[in-house]
Structure formats: structure tokens, C-alpha cells
Design a protein around this ligand. Structure first.
Ligand SMILES: [Mn+2]
Length: 298
């Protein structure tokens, strides 16, 4: 009996010692906390949670800066991403937390020879971008165009090996701010419908020369701007709300702001049925890009 009590006491002693170790970690920089977190438990495990709390406590008195972009359609020939590169880099440098809110990559219209080659290139771009901002925490939220088998595999691998990168298949929430790509606007108001919609992208193959020429023609004639007519913001928000109410329990209690993209129609601070909706537009040529910044309470 005494022996068992001694073991219990010893275990408690070890636990207390590890608590002290965690607390002393908290005096280090946010960057080192971030690195240590991934080295121990992956992402949302208990240790990660505790360290997250410590990191926040460590920064008490300061708001966390956030940034969000979507629909860069990297690798697609119509992407005008490079025009926004400096603006995005500066925002990521300012941010404590940065959301890549889907359709960051577009393998369908890539000019690279295969989807696999394009997925490799996309993962490399992501790794280098994140590597330039080691103090920022990145959250990659999957969109329909990112939902391609080789790309998901590479991004999930990258998230496992990169301390400050998280990959989310559907959405992520910070405080009362919810981030999701927004393909529910096209797919319908349930997870099953979004999964079905995305499954058509999963085994994506790049489009051939003829398809690309047609797309060039559409862009050249500015016909792609028709999204401004076909995706009015009230209808997008109504559809988004129906999806949220179907898929996120207690959404009205936990969420106030909804950030999405997908429709390529940018807007900010649009009040609709008790929520504030924001859309980050698109970096496709001649459309409007709408990078947004926000603050999170400690
Ligand atoms: Mn999309």
C-alpha cells in the first residue's frame, strides 16, 4: 500500500515538474513556443493547447493581428497573383495569424505539364511563403480547387512537418470569427453536398490546350466578370447562412463574423441576419482582390 502511494506521489511530482517546465517556456518568444508545440504533440493535442494558452498569456495586453486572403488561383495562367505579392508579404509580416482561405492553388488551369508537378510546385510556394514569416501562424483552409488528391497529400505532409502551419479541410474558427472557403454557395447547404461538389475536383486533370484557349478567350473578353451578376452578395450570404446552420452546432452563439471567398465578389462588413459577412475576392486578372485584416482579443 505504501509502495503504491509512493508511486502516486512520484508521478504527481513529475507532473508538477513538467508544469514548471512549461511555465518557464512561456518566458521565451512566441516563435520558440510555436516550434516546441509541434515538436511535442501535434496541433490540437493537450500539450499544444496548454502552450497556446501560455503563448496568449505571454502576449497579454496586446491584440493579435490577423490577415486573410483567398482565391489566388496560383499556377493558373489567369492568376494576377504577382501584382499582389508585396501587399501579401507585408500583411503576413504584420500578422500573428494568417488564413489562406481556399483556392490558393488552381491545378485545373495550370501551365505545368501535370497535376502532380503543379502540386509539388504549389507545396513549394506554400513552404517558402510560410518560411519567410516564421513568427506568424498560418492556417490553410481547403477550397474546392485545392481539393485535389496530390495537393492535399502534400499540404497535409507540409503541415505535419511545419510548426507554424495548420491545414483544415472545412473551416477554422478563432473567437467569434469563422473562416471557410465558401464553396457551399455553389454546392448547397450541407456537408454532404460540399463533399460531393469537391469530389469532382479530387482526381483533377489539367485542362488541355483547347480548354485553356477558350478560357483565355473568356478572360480576354472580360466575360468572367459575369460573377458580379451571377453571385450577388445577398444570395451568397443567404446560402452561406443555410450551410452554417446545417453544419455548425450553435453557430449563432459562437460565430459573429464569417470570412469566405469562392464567389470572387469582394465585400466587407456586410450585416445579414445577425452575422457580419466578408468576402476576400479573387486575384484572377481583372477581378477584385480583397485581402482583409482583423484583430483577435487575447
Ligand atoms: Mn472556390
Amino acid at each position: 500500500m505504501d509502495f503504491r502511494l509512493a508511486i502516486v506521489a512520484y508521478i504527481r511530482h513529475l507532473e508538477a515538474a513538467s508544469q514548471v517546465k512549461l511555465r518557464s517556456d512561456a518566458t521565451e518568444t512566441a516563435e520558440s513556443t510555436c516550434i516546441r508545440r509541434s515538436a511535442t504533440d501535434h496541433k490540437y493535442g493537450k500539450v499544444g493547447f496548454v502552450l497556446d494558452r501560455l503563448k496568449r498569456t505571454n502576449n497579454r495586453g496586446r491584440m493579435r493581428n490577423g490577415g486573410v486572403i483567398s482565391d489566388l488561383h496560383l499556377l493558373a495562367r489567369r492568376s494576377d497573383f504577382e501584382a499582389y505579392g508585396p501587399e501579401i508579404e507585408e500583411a503576413a509580416e504584420r500578422a500573428d495569424l494568417f488564413v489562406l482561405n481556399g483556392d490558393i492553388v488552381d491545378l485545373r488551369w495550370t501551365s505545368l505539364p501535370t497535376v502532380d508537378a503543379a502540386a509539388l510546385e504549389a507545396a513549394k510556394w506554400t513552404r517558402l511563403f510560410i518560411g519567410r514569416h516564421p513568427r506568424c501562424e498560418f492556417h490553410y483552409v481547403c477550397g474546392n480547387h485545392d481539393h485535389v488528391r496530390p495537393l492535399i497529400a502534400r499540404l497535409e505532409d507540409l503541415a505535419r512537418s511545419t510548426p507554424n502551419l495548420y491545414f483544415h479541410r472545412e473551416h477554422v474558427r478563432f473567437d467569434d470569427k469563422l473562416f471557410l472557403h465558401g464553396d457551399a454557395v455553389s454546392a448547397g447547404a450541407s456537408s454532404a453536398r460540399v463533399r460531393r461538389f469537391r469530389s469532382t475536383f479530387y482526381n483533377e486533370q489539367r485542362r488541355g490546350r483547347l480548354g485553356n484557349r477558350l478560357y483565355d478567350l473568356v478572360t480576354g473578353l472580360q466575360l468572367h466578370k459575369i460573377v458580379y451578376l451571377t453571385n450577388p452578395k445577398v444570395r451568397s450570404c443567404r446560402r452561406m447562412l443555410a450551410y452554417l446552420e446545417d453544419t455548425i452546432p450553435n453557430v449563432r452563439k459562437t460565430v459573429r463574423h464569417v470570412y469566405f471567398g469562392h464567389t470572387h465578389v469582394p465585400f466587407s462588413d456586410f450585416e445579414f441576419k445577425g452575422f457580419t459577412f466578408h468576402n476576400t475576392g479573387s486575384a484572377i486578372r481583372d477581378l477584385k482582390f480583397n485581402m482583409l485584416e482583423f484583430e483577435l482579443e487575447e
